[in-house]
Design a protein around this ligand. Sequence first.
Ligand code: FPP
Ligand code: MG
Length: 339
Amino acid sequence: MTDQNAPAHAPALALPIVDDELADRLRARMSEVEQALTGHIRSEAGFVTTAARHLMDAGGKRFRPLLVLLAAEAGTKASSDDVITAACVVELTHLASLYHDDVMDEAALRRGADSANARWDNHIAILTGDFLFSKSSELTAELGADAVRVQARTFTELVEGQILESIEPPVGVDPIDHHLRVVAGKTGSLIATSALYGARFGGATQEVEDALAAYGDLVGTAFQLSDDILDIASESDESGKTPGTDLREGVPTLPVLLAQRSTDPGDVRLIELLSLDLSEDAPHAEALGLLRAHPAMDEARAFVMERANQAKALLTALPDGPVRDALEAFADVVATRSS
Ligand code: FPP
Ligand code: MG
């Protein structure tokens, strides 16, 4: 039987940190976050705890809580309890959204494990997502009314982004602009909030808080765009998800939108395939093969790097030193990640 009190997941830091002192501190604080998360998702009903722990225990890079901890290092109160609470809030919100997202995507795998909808069913997955989001909301209340307002706005943006992803771009709106709005909403918003919460509860100045929130928005968008590139580029389920899912589900991503702009006669077959239902294996494999070899992949990668560079430029609001270096590394890792 699983010990429902022990955190099963104690990840290595998901970014290279050169400064040993900072790395040790962040590792210790991440352990505190893991311990706290395990406590926060415990329910009196054993099954609810099991369902809520399912994806948390499956792994995950914990990018969002790590960003809270790292942004907090830019302030004078990095070791405050509120920083741990804020880190839990963003991870629980993220986790909640994954349960819902896998239902919408009909995904079978998440974090290398069965998705909750595959392991149980859609009802359990949706309600477990609701449970996690309600736990996150309860916790946000401990941070005060302003934090609740930020969390509510973030939730609005997450949901708007997710809804906009399901509709065609309105007439007159460029498909890539529409897509970038989707990505900023469904992923950028929570990562921006992670950086903002870290700066705020870590006691940073208003100038640093604003810079880090803008940095989080850009890094968050880059994070989702590189995730989408990986969905096409990865040959196996090394990312813990089934590759090619977006294409199969007809979810537009940047490489697809860029390829669709091509007027090269050599791209006629790919563009035709991209307009078809790709839920069957044969056309899906053909489209995936053509897309992987298409220059749109490198164009998309360059776009992501550009975002990461814009994010890094905002870090001039912070003094030189290990925290700024680590935030720069964070932007680089997000833009160039391979899993
Ligand atoms: C993953 O995108 C999904 C998101 C980043 C956000 C999903 C948001 C919702 C489902 C709104 C509801 C939110 C809450 C808090 C209950 P993806 O499908 O492109 O990425 P994937 O490859 O990881 O599945
Ligand atoms: Mg998904």
